[in-house]
Design a binder for this molecule. Structure first.
Ligand code: PEP
Ligand code: MN
Length: 334
């Protein structure tokens, strides 16, 4: 971190600041210019309150040189992380195809969809049991029974399961869940992230509706700081002024995150667009720009889905998307 002091700062004021920094185990390298003094702050600056330093009367500006996120930074871990979920690998050239309904609704629904998406090449089964709905009057998910049905679908197909957690107190219900999803609305639920950091579960962390990539990485850092580095990041569209699509899919997140972090990045074109006919082109684009996987909503009867029918593909439509994605990956030699 670098702090530039204002002109005409007295030696006493300078010493006072340097002593305060030293007391926090920060070494200070002082560089005196004609007008300004620049302090180079060396050591673990992650705990320093940058805004507090910037607000001091004698400070002109403060800049972080190292990233605030460390363990998830590519500087810390230059190779791609490969996340193991049972026999499935994600990242470092291993492409994850996560598919399934928005919500688990019935035994027959989840079994039928699971078998169909597996036959089309899906590697993980998704399905919401605890649903974060905008309205409290909408279907909230089958909760513990939904997880039981997912486990039955896992037994029937061998596919690992992905499902969302909304409250850390529900963790005991997730014991046999392979991948715990943190939804967009909980990306900055720091107490939940800390709890998940204490587990060894794979976490699928979705970007918040209005969060920057840096904030996404800081949330991943919360999980890693607790000792859990099994994390998959997911871009699912962000809220912009555009209204024709449910969200705006930020595909540049893929190459940008690949530069910044070693964690795998998957794209969810279903929540990003909100419309089933837009899922295929966006899935294709995600594969073309180097995403490590896709998460796609598939329902056996979208017209009667209890949640997100408009963006859900039929199994036949998913089959076509999966084939296209495989072709694109083959063209790219991946
Ligand atoms: C979901 O994947 O079911 C979901 C609710 O997604 P998001 O958190 O991205 O809205
Ligand atoms: Mn959904």
């Amino acid at each position: 971190m670098i702090a530039v002091l204002k002109p005409n700062v007295s030696e006493d004021q300078k010493k006072h600041l340097i002593d305060w920094l030293s007391a926090q185990n920060i070494d200070v390298h002082v560089s005196e210019g004609h007008e300004y003094t620049v302090l180079g702050l060396i050591g673990d600056t992650s705990r320093l309150d940058m805004d507090l330093i910037a607000s001091l009367d004698i400070v002109d500006s403060v800049k972080r040189v190292a990233e605030a996120f460390k363990q998830c930074s590519r500087k810390f871990h230059p190779d791609d992380s490969i996340i193991d979920v049972g026999d499935v690998k994600i990242g470092g050239g291993n492409f994850a195809m996560i598919a399934g309904p928005c919500s688990v609704e019935t035994h027959d629904q989840i079994i039928e969809v699971a078998k169909a998406v597996k036959a089309s090449g899906a590697t993980l089964l998704r399905g919401g049991a605890f649903k974060p709905r905008t309205s409290p009057y909408d279907f909230q998910g089958l909760k513990a029974d939904g997880i039981e049905l997912l486990l039955e679908a896992k037994k029937a197909t061998g596919m690992p399961i992905v499902t969302e957690i909304m409250n850390a107190s529900h963790l005991p219900l997730f014991e046999e869940v392979d991948v715990i999803q943190v939804g967009a609305r909980n990306m900055q639920n720091f107490e939940l992230l800390k709890e998940l950091g204490r587990t060894n579960k794979t976490i699928l962390l979705k970007r918040g509706l209005a969060n920057t990539l840096k904030e996404l990485l800081m949330s991943a850092e919360y999980i890693m700081a607790g000792g859990n580095s099994n994390i998959i990041l997911c871009e699912r569209g962000i809220r912009t002024f555009e209204t024709y699509t449910r969200n705006t899919l930020d595909l540049s997140a893929v190459p940008m995150l690949h530069e910044l972090t070693h964690l795998p990045v998957v794209i969810d074109p279903s929540h990003a667009t909100g419309q089933s006919r837009l899922v295929e082109p966006m899935a294709a684009a995600a594969a073309a720009c180097g995403a490590d996987g896709l998460m796609i909503e598939v329902h056996n009867d979208p017209m009667n889905a209890l949640c997100d029918g408009a963006q859900s593909l039929t199994p036949a439509q998913f089959d076509a998307v999966a084939k296209k994605v495989m072709k694109i990956r083959a063209c790219l030699g991946e």
